[in-house]
Design a protein around this ligand. Structure first.
Ligand SMILES: [Zn+2]
Length: 426
């Protein structure tokens, strides 16, 4: 058991003003990855690194790609094999049309209990909370057994090159558990949906709309692929809903015919493209789904070829090309599930209860995060938690509740205390 005295010693060192200032400073730095506009994660990463250096942490910057560094902040708190990682990303998504915002996207304006701006919610507020939690633990002088590692990583919003580089450099080798600092509205999330993205490319033959028999329309194949995806979804859904993650989905998101160039009413498109965004539950197998998609592509290709062959025979047409269908898997990110008995989940549970006085609530993450790679590549137990309404990321007038943000810094600090706490040292 962690004593009340130790917990209070840590909590009194969490400084709300320091947290709100740091959040505001990070939000004011536009860290959208946009080479054309000249913005990247560089300035935000440098700011976080300098902040941590001033507080006496061991800080290391590594360039993942030009203008895109990772910052690795280490607090070797005491002897012990455990190493708890806090992970937060420096990149934010574009604010979109500034006219859609009531507040300045990079103004970090405070109104009432909220701070507004791109990244307040996803996830600079939580990034500041993890850094302030580390600073509080360090200041408190409370004995800990092990290491706290702050991973301030780039490119979470796109290809996640930051966390992949972090793992490839060997930094994850010593990490025994991780807290992924993302907006989950105070929920302790122990599972995440998986993602599979697929592209179906259909090739027929372009022709004049008045002479369809001179070409080969891709539309019958497109229709069958969409119907096939829905059938796969219905089969997956019949296995039931996940308590925290909800339903699996097989969604055709982009349907293009022609696959490129302008669409014209009197031109039969020779090529079509369908993108499918498939979100999975831990009980589903990704290799099995990939095999099902392959079978769907083959069945559609064969079925449409047969259909055209029979039709051409009926009409006495000869010499049309055979339809061609190709399938590519663009992304394969697995589901994650951390067992509730893992010490990091126990720590998050205790910390949430202690910091908020409430019974913790559990949830699941609908999308992939940097934690996906830590779990999938290194089997590191992860929990995802942080301040911020879960629907607000990537919207205009993004905001975070400052009271919840302060509570989050306390939860992070107590999670580390419980995970690395050394009751014998009191
Ligand atoms: Zn995020």
């Amino acid at each position: 058991m962690i004593s009340a005295k130790m917990a209070d010693a840590v909590l009194t060192c969490v400084d709300p003003d320091e947290l709100i200032r740091l959040t505001g400073s990070l939000v004011k730095i536009n860290s959208v990855w946009d080479p054309a506009a000249g913005t990247s994660e560089q300035a935000a990463a440098e700011f976080a690194a300098a902040w941590a250096e001033r507080r006496g942490f061991d800080v290391r910057m590594e360039t993942v790609a030009p203008g895109r560094p990772n910052v690795i902040i280490t607090h070797a708190a005491g002897p012990g094999p455990r190493c708890l990682m806090f992970e937060g990303h420096t990149d934010v998504v574009t604010p979109g049309d500034p006219a859609a915002w009531t507040y300045s996207p990079f103004g970090a304006e405070i109104a009432g209990n909220r701070m507004y701006g791109r990244g307040t919610n996803d996830t600079k507020g939580n990034l500041a909370a993890m850094l302030c939690a580390m600073a509080a633990l360090k200041r408190s002088g409370v004995p800990l057994a092990g290491t706290i590692l702050g991973g301030v990583l780039c490119d979470e919003e796109d290809q996640m090159i930051g966390v992949r580089h972090f793992i490839e450099q060997g930094h994850a080798d010593r990490v025994t558990a991780a807290v992924i600092c993302e907006p989950q509205d105070g929920l302790i999330c122990t599972s995440q949906k998986g993602a599979l993205r697929a592209r179906f490319s259909v090739r027929g033959k372009m022709s004049h709309g008045a002479m369809p028999l001179a070409g080969l329309n891709t539309a019958p194949a497109v229709a069958r692929i969409i119907a096939g995806l829905h059938a796969l979804e219905e089969a997956a859904v019949s296995c039931g809903r996940d308590e925290h993650l909800g339903w699996p989905s097989f969604t055709p998101t982009v349907i293009q015919a022609p696959a490129g160039g302008p669409a014209q009413l009197n031109v039969i498109p020779g090529e079509a493209r369908i993108l499918a965004d498939i979100r999975t539950l831990p009980r589903q197998s990704h290799p099995a789904i990939v095999a099902e998609l392959g079978r769907l592509a083959e069945a559609v290709e064969d079925g449409v070829r047969d259909h055209y062959r029979d039709y051409d025979r009926r009409l006495g047409i000869a010499g049309r090309p055979a339809l061609d269908l190709a399938l590519e898997i663009l992304t394969d990110r697995p589901c994650t599930r951390t067992d509730p008995s893992e010490p990091v989940v126990q720590a998050a549970h205790w910390a949430t209860q202690r910091a908020t006085g409430r019974q913790p609530l559990y949830g699941g993450v609908p999308g992939a995060t940097d934690g996906t790679f830590l779990w999938a590549w290194k089997r590191i137990p992860i929990v995802t938690m942080g301040a911020g309404d879960r629907e607000v990321p990537h919207q205009a007038d993004e905001w975070v509740d400052l009271g919840q943000l302060v509570e989050t810094a306390k939860i992070y600090a107590l999670t580390a205390l419980h995970y690395l706490g050394d009751p014998a040292a009191e």
